[in-house]
Structure formats: C-alpha cells, structure tokens
Design a protein around this ligand. Structure first.
Ligand code: ATP
Length: 399
C-alpha cells in the first residue's frame, strides 16, 4: 500500500532468554481447562503445549467444540486454565486480568459501540488511558489509514458494511499497540467474497505491523492460506502442528487427513514390510505401497489407514505402468467444477475415492459414469496415518 505510513506499534525488545535465544511471544505449558456444569465436567482443553514466535501468523484450526476459542480466551485472560502455565514474553500471566496483558482480542461480533463514530470507537481505549489529544488523533488517523478507512472517521458503525466494521474492530484493537492480537473467527460473519478479500487484507496488515496474530477458525482454507503455522485441534488436544503445506501434504492422523482437504481414506492389511515401506494387500492385480509406513509403527499383519490427496491420482482405462500404486474402481459420479472436474470412484476394496483433474485447454472427458477404470499415483503419495491422539470429548459425571 503506497503512501501509507506503517503505524508504530510495540516492536519493543522481545527479550532474550539466558541462552541468548529470543523469548517466544506466547508459550502454553501443560494447559488444561475443565468447565463444571450441572451435567458434569467438560474437558474443553487437555494437555496443550504450544510455542508461538514473535511476528507469527498462527492459527488454531478445528471443528466446533474442539477447544480453540477456550484456548484463545485463556491467552487473552478471559478464562483461567485449570492446569498449566501461560507465558507472554517469558512472564507467567495466569491470574493477570485481560487489560493487564499485552494482548488484544478481536471478536467475531466486532463489539463496536453503535452510538459512537468510527474515530471515537478507535480512540476509546487511548482516551481511557488519558493519552494526549494530539497523540490520539495521530494514532487513530494512522490506524484508519492502515485498515483503509481514511475518510470514514465520522460514520457510525451501522453506516458501514460488515467488512468495514471488521476493519474498525481491527483498528481499535491495534491502536493500543498490543504485542499480540487474538482473533476469534473474525471473518465468520462475512459472505464468501468479502471474507476472501479480508483474508488478504488481514495478512497485509499483519505483515505491516509485524506483531503476532493468533487466529481461530474452523475454516481449513482460511487457515491454510493465511497462517505461517497452524495447529489442528480435536477434542481439546493438538492433533498436529506445522506449516500449512506440511499439514496438508503430510497429515499425521486420520482426523487431520479428513479435516484438512478432501478425505480420501484407504484401509488395508500390511502384507509385508520392506525396510520402512509397507506393501499393502488390497486384492488381485493391485499394488499399494506406503514408503513411510514405519514412521506410524506399521508392522506386517496389521491394519493400516492411509490417505491419498485427490489431485495426486490419475484415472486411466488401462492398468498403469509398473511402479505406481494402482487400484481398480468404477466411476460413480462426475462433477464439473469449472477449473477442475471431480470424479468419485468406488474401488474394488469398497473405498470411495475422489479424484480432481484440472480442466486444461486440451483436456477431454477421460471417463464416463459407470466406467471401470484404474486409479494410480506415485508411492510417495500414499500417506500412512497414525491413530488419532485425541481422546473423545470427555463429559464425566461429577464424583
Ligand atoms: P466453536 O468453533 O463452536 O466456538 P471451539 O472449538 O471454539 O468451538 P470451545 O468454545 O473452546 O470450542 O469449547 C470447547 C468445549 O468446551 C465445548 O464442548 C464447549 O461446549 C465447552 N465449553 C466452552 N465454554 C464453556 C463454559 N463456559 N461452560 C461449560 N462448557 C463450556
């Protein structure tokens, strides 16, 4: 964004540990949160350990009820953990109220004051801290520039679109110069187009201000496109942590494989192990190998879950060349998606696999509904899966 000055935020010294390494922005150590209700105890978060670096765009991703909001609220100080430590820049903040933590939270509902102008909404926190009037004007104007709302400072929230209201909420949270911003599904109320535009905007703002963003979402695409790193949560626990590409290309468990991307699950019996590669028995003429199977503890005779991403699979009428994983099936559905076509194939071992093929300019229909075909892929794209680490959501009776 040319011509807009990046407002100065608290890029204060992150501090260093005795070994000279920078202190992480946020650390969760052995965090658990249990809620007591009339029906018993709800284990919302269990055994969460997490280290988030300064300036990271970090997402907590998972289905409804997996504990992501509770985790974020504990970092913000809106909930206290039942067990464990929360360190912000190396200091334990358990018991410290939200307004004394160096973080700020942006909610899905924006929570703007309806009777105040955009300017006054953003200035609110500064005025409460008795910041000098000229300084308030300078900082609020800088923030409104940053979120591209210059010229809208006199408007009331109801005179703005949803996306603009979300920008006001962002400006209001950033103007206090927090060291980290906590965002709880901030784009969920926006329609798809606006949400996609705001994803790009949020990323730009985070890059410009350079502070840590912790972003809660149940939308895998949102988490994959925006995050430097993310965790996938399941039933209160971390199922996998990594960069988006890592989590997509190498899901560790069946849960992650199913939650991120399209779930193409295969199950087979390990016929033999050849070093770390499992040779999987699926039926006559067919060949499946999983090169990294030893990493999930596969042994001959065991059942192994695997996944293969739909864009890695080829469909051919004839048996593919040796060396590829190959399985037979019958096309059950074909869906034209514009840039790609999706084929649903029922395999001879009873799995339902999806295949995505790009609609290139020279592509033609490669199979018809009801046609018998071969599906094939390179062995390294057979991803062996470990059992889920998460216990089912607990709801115990009170003793
Ligand atoms: P969503 O996307 O639906 O907000 P989430 O992943 O953010 O879900 P949490 O809101 O953290 O999940 O909730 C985790 C679990 O804790 C759920 O089972 C929820 O019902 C429970 N829970 C959350 N807050 C409370 C509370 N104040 N009292 C009792 N149970 C709660």
């Amino acid at each position: 964004m040319d011509g807009v000055k990046t407002p100065e935020l608290t890029r204060t010294d992150p501090g260093t540990a005795p070994d000279g390494q920078p202190v992480p922005a946020i650390e969760l150590v052995g965090i658990a949160k249990r809620f007591h209700s009339r029906r018993g105890v709800v284990a919302a978060v269990e055994q969460v350990d997490l280290t988030i670096g300064e300036g990271e765009f970090f997402s907590l991703l998972g289905p409804s009820g997996c504990g992501k909001t509770t985790t974020l609220r504990m970092i913000g100080g809106f909930e206290e953990p039942t067990e464990g430590q929360i360190l912000l820049y190396g200091k334990d903040v358990v018991g410290v109220p939200p307004n004394h933590r160096d973080v700020n939270m942006v909610f899905q509902s924006y929570a703007l004051f309806p009777h105040m102008s955009v300017f006054d909404n953003v200035a609110f926190g500064l005025r409460r801290k008795s910041v000098d009037g000229t300084e308030v004007k300078r900082r609020v104007d800088d923030m409104l520039d940053l979120v591209q709302l210059e010229g809208k400072s006199d408007r009331r929230p109801r005179e703005l679109s949803g996306g603009q209201q979300q920008r006001v909420a962002l400006a209001r949270a950033l103007v206090n110069r927090p060291r980290a911003l906590l965002l709880d599904e901030p784009l969920a109320a926006l329609d798809l187009k606006l949400r996609q535009a705001m994803q790009i905007e949020l990323k730009r703002i985070q890059r410009e201000v350079g502070i840590t963003f912790i972003f809660v979402t149940h939308d895998q695409n949102e988490a994959l496109t925006m995050s430097d790193r993310l965790v996938v949560m399941n039933a209160g626990r971390i199922e996998q942590l990594g960069a988006p590409r890592e989590v997509y290309e190498r899901p560790r468990t069946r849960f992650v494989a199913g939650f991120i991307g399209t779930s193409n699950l295969l199950t087979g019996t390990v016929a033999s192990m050849d070093g770390s590669t499992a040779v999987i028995d699926t039926g006559a003429d067919e060949e499946l190998t999983a090169p990294e199977a030893a990493s999930v503890g596969a042994e001959a005779g065991q059942t192994l879950d695997m996944t293969v991403r739909p864009e890695k699979i080829l469909i051919t009428p004839d048996r593919p060349a040796a060396g590829r994983c190959a399985i037979r099936g019958r096309v059950s559905e074909i869906v034209y998606l514009g840039t790609s076509t999706q084929y649903a194939v029922k395999t001879t071992d009873g799995s339902d696999l999806l295949v995505f093929l790009q609609n290139a300019s020279d592509s033609r229909d490669i199979a018809e509904r009801g046609q018998d075909v071969w599906l094939s892929w390179r062995p390294e794209h057979t991803l062996p899966l470990a059992p889920s680490t998460a216990a089912p959501a607990t709801e115990e009776e009170d003793a």
